[in-house]
Design a protein around this ligand. Structure first.
Ligand code: MN
Ligand code: MN
Length: 460
């Protein structure tokens, strides 16, 4: 029952493909550290491949037919892409869905203050983080500031070689006796994850001169007033590029593999489909998974349902019943990362049912916690069908669950899509250091995930 290591099967041609996909992926990570940046890149790639904006198609009252490609940009933070298939939409779609938000430190709405000749920014962390991992390291600021006049300023500070970086300080070891005696979860508090932004006073300024100097920089370089920060989304993320990891360069270390590795594999698979597929293919890159898939851009919002209704309408085939049938009859891979087996923490896993780096794309029948609580438990019949599709298409794959029973848990978007009554299973890439500022994946698993997602879209 042990699954083979994918690397053993690669000949030189395939090794080159693994490497070139990895290179493309590293670039995707480097230019996509926020959901907005991922959407921008994705829309560019989709448009280049002939996908047309669904909103534009609606405005033009354009008729849609088999083979047509459309995408929906949801508020710049989520994307749905469709390739219309030969079969009627009510026969269901082959859907792959991943999320593009990652854990980080968000600036508060009123973030700036001065203390002891430093200007600092207050943050509120986003997603599940081990707080001690986010101090004493270089951070970059990415985001947008919306001015009252409707204009939007885009920020990206800390990624160019000569850019400054910012960060959260930590207490020196020499004075850390009390901090070190605390529980790991309490040694760094959320309210103390404040980012140091500046340390030079403005000449001639009496009141908060360092903050005044910082505001001068924001004004001069970006045209931002302090009040504009009230309507901003500024995310502090690990600065720097993704890198090859390991002396054999078999892995990639970078920020946000969860879940951009699946999002990228999905997108790359979709862009490779040139024939008209049997069933309509849908690729989803969604937001807010890390905080419960909430909000207008999270999976719990109904933009998938609305997009399907609009597409049916443009095909001249709309009815409420057909929308329901299209969703109910669909098959879906909820593409999200798995916990990679880590030999340093072996007791957290059950070895027969763990995801191993290098053993290919991973299928999780269920996630959740305790007695599978909160999980989507995929149907055996659906998994049987998947096994055939994967094997027929020479995909290297494995099955896993998150970790040892009763140790913890987690969820994905799977259970939300399952509410429509479609077949759903979790499928993704194994990750080490999940949710740490720098996560690790195997290049082989990225390559196999892309193969798997394409095989699924064309054959499910
Ligand atoms: Mn995830
Ligand atoms: Mn996550």
């Amino acid at each position: 029952m042990e699954r083979p290591n994918a690397w053993k099967n690669y000949q030189s041609v395939e090794l080159e493909k693994v490497e070139s996909l990895a290179k493309e992926y590293r670039a995707f990570l480097d230019h996509g550290k926020t959901e907005r940046e991922c959407v921008n890149q994705t829309v560019k790639k989709l448009e280049k491949a002939g996908f047309v904006s669904l909103e534009k198609a609606i405005a033009d009252e354009r008729k849609l037919h088999a083979g047509d490609r459309v995408y929906l940009n949801k508020m710049g933070k989520a994307v749905l892409a469709f390739i219309i298939g030969k079969q009627p939409l009510e026969k269901g779609m082959n859907i792959v869905g991943a999320h593009i938000d990652s854990p980080r430190l968000d600036l508060k709405q009123n973030p700036l203050y001065e203390d002891s000749d430093f200007a600092l920014a207050d943050t509120h962390y986003y997603g599940g983080i081990k707080k001690y991992q986010w101090v004493a390291r270089e951070l970059a600021l990415h985001g947008v500031v919306a001015r009252k006049d409707g204009s939007l300023v885009t920020l990206c500070i800390g990624e160019q070689e000569d850019d400054p970086v910012v960060g959260v300080t930590d207490l020196l070891i020499h004075l850390s006796q009390e901090q070190m005696a605390k529980k790991l979860s309490e040694s760094i508090t959320g309210e103390n994850l404040d980012i140091t932004l500046a340390g030079k006073p403005l000449a001639g300024e009496e009141k908060e001169p360092v903050k005044a100097a910082l505001l001068r920089i924001l004004k001069d370089e970006y045209g931002i007033e302090e009040e504009d920060l009230l309507s901003a989304e500024i995310e502090a993320v690990p600065a720097g590029k993704a890198r090859d990891f390991g002396l054999d360069r078999s892995m990639i270390m970078g920020y946000g593999h969860d879940d951009r590795v699946c999002a990228f594999a999905e997108l790359a698979a979709m862009l490779d489909i040139s024939d008209v597929p049997e069933y309509t293919c849908c690729g989803m890159l969604v937001d807010k998974e890390e905080i419960g898939s909430v909000g207008a851009t999270g999976m719990q919002s109904n933009y998938l349902e609305n997009a399907v209704a609009e597409i049916l309408n443009l095909m001249g085939d709309y009815s409420e019943l057909k929308v329901r049938r299209a969703l109910r009859s669909s098959r879906m891979l909820s593409c999200d990362v798995s916990a990679g087996y880590d030999p340093l923490y072996s007791s957290a896993f059950e070895k027969k049912n763990a995801a191993y780096l290098g053993r290919g794309v991973c299928y999780n029948k269920f996630t959740g916690r305790g007695g599978k609580s909160g999980s989507n438990d995929a149907n055996a019949e659906f998994i049987g069908k998947l096994r055939k599709i994967m094997d027929d298409n020479q995909v290297c794959w494995q099955t896993a669950e998150l970790g040892r029973v009763d140790l913890g848990g987690g969820g994905t978007i799977a259970y939300i899509c399952a509410l429509y009554g479609m077949e759903v299973i979790d499928s993704g890439v194994a990750v080490l250091n999940m949710h740490a500022p720098m996560e690790i994946i195997s290049k082989a698993d990225l390559y196999e995930a892309k193969k798997a997602y394409r095989a699924f879209m064309e054959n499910a």
